[in-house]
Design a protein around this ligand. Structure first.
Ligand SMILES: Cc1ncc(C[n+]2csc(CCOP(=O)(O)OP(=O)(O)O)c2C)c(N)n1
Length: 367
């Protein structure tokens, strides 16, 4: 383990109490689904079923599930190109995520986004972005919209340790704090930006401290522990929602695989990877559920089998789904505001047109 991690998370793993058994089981199921899904996605990439790039988050499942489970259904989530797990945790069916990887019409973006651009408006998962640091200003904009509409929603913005060095980080945190936006920034510190370790890309390696100068307090969680991650993120979301205080959460984690599928991993030792693998977030949570009497050995095996079956079914589904027809190439390139329910065209906005739920909400605010 790198030296800087020693004081990172002061809580011992397992120190926080487990949630109720059904919730604990669901967290394990979702983490296992993500792991099995991503392993198969890697295999499918090797078989050329998946085009473009493929970034796996194997090892980061507790960070993903813990943070997403702290959200309400009405909250927004925005992430990076490493976000198959975020879509699955938010509830996008594995069939739709796999079909998206395969570039097929039944994918969650009808095969147009691919691995890096997962998106599920219905579940308020607003992507999936390939530009490092590009999602931070978008998160602030989403939070600003929620704020101006008087809604009780928070936006959770997930990005990597490398992204914390982008100019957008400082620019966004400043405005988020100044305008008291309901947004939580979560830096998934998996120790590397591509092949550059945290120590080599950041003068301040305690990333959660980076927000203080902008008026954004920091919190840190053990991103290998789903219980700790959920608890810390929940508190950050509460502060954003109730106190209009943006918060920066740093999740300490590790990716067990390379940055993307083409990565010789010359920047780290096998021993370091093995050391982190001993803290595997799924195996350790499973062991804990066994030790605390939540799940028996055979039930733990059932969780894994069920995940494998869902992923097998997703591959069959994706392979049976057609490619988008060539004549649909220009569909959905631009969407006019008035074609999306609840949104407005520029003309409508200036004419003061409001519709449906938004109309009522705005009218109430004007009262
Ligand atoms: C603006 C921009 N610069 C560079 C890249 C190339 N790039 C893709 S991923 C990546 C590393 C980002 O690392 P980090 O933010 O730590 O996220 P992680 O990949 O570890 O999840 C880089 C530099 C990019 N996609 N966008």
């Amino acid at each position: 383990m790198s030296d800087h991690l020693a004081p990172a998370v002061e809580r011992e793993p397992g120190e926080r109490p487990l949630p109720d058994p059904a919730t604990a089981r669901e967290w394990l199921e979702t983490m296992t689904l993500i792991r099995r899904f991503e392993e198969r996605a890697g295999e499918m990439y090797a078989k050329a079923k998946v085009g473009g790039f493929l970034h796996l988050a194997i090892g980061e499942e507790a960070t993903i599930v813990g943070s997403v489970r702290a959200l309400r259904d009405t909250d927004y989530l925005i992430s990076t190109y490493r976000s198959h797990g975020h879509a699955l945790a938010r509830g996008t069916p594995p069939n739709a995520v796999m079909a998206e990887l395969f570039g097929r019409v039944d994918g969650c973006c009808h095969g147009r986004g691919g691995s890096m651009h997962m998106f599920d408006l219905q579940r308020r998962f607003l992507g999936g972005y390939g530009i490092v640091g590009g999602n931070l200003p978008l998160a602030a904009g989403i939070a600003m919209a929620s704020d101006q509409l008087g809604r009780d929603e928070v936006t959770l913005c997930q990005f990597g340790d490398g992204a914390a060095n982008q100019g957008t980080f400082g620019e966004t945190l400043n405005l988020a704090a100044l305008w008291r936006l309901p947004v939580v920034f979560m830096v998934t510190n998996n120790q590397f930006g591509m092949g550059t370790s945290l120590e080599r890309h950041s003068a301040v390696t305690d990333l959660f401290l980076r927000g203080e100068g902008y008026g954004v307090p920091g919190m840190r969680c053990d991103g290998m522990d789903v219980v700790d991650t959920q608890a810390v993120t929940a508190e950050a979301l509460r502060r954003a929602r109730e106190e209009r205080q943006p918060v920066l959460v740093e999740a300490i984690t590790y990716r067990f695989r390379g940055h993307s599928m083409a990565d010789p991993e010359e920047y780290r030792t096998r021993e370091q990877v093995e050391e982190w693998r001993r803290r595997d977030p799924i195996a350790s949570f499973g062991r804990r559920l066994g030790a605390e009497g939540v799940l028996r050995e055979d039930e733990l095996a059932d969780v894994d089998r069920a995940a494998v079956e869902r992923v097998d079914a997703a591959v069959v589904f994706a392979d049976a789904s057609p490619f988008p027809p060539p004549e649909s190439l220009y569909d959905d390139v631009y969407v006019l505001g008035d074609q999306v329910q609840g949104w407005y065209s520029v003309d409508e906005r200036s004419a003061g047109v409001h519709r449906g739920e938004d109309e009522r909400e705005l009218a109430q605010r004007e009262d």
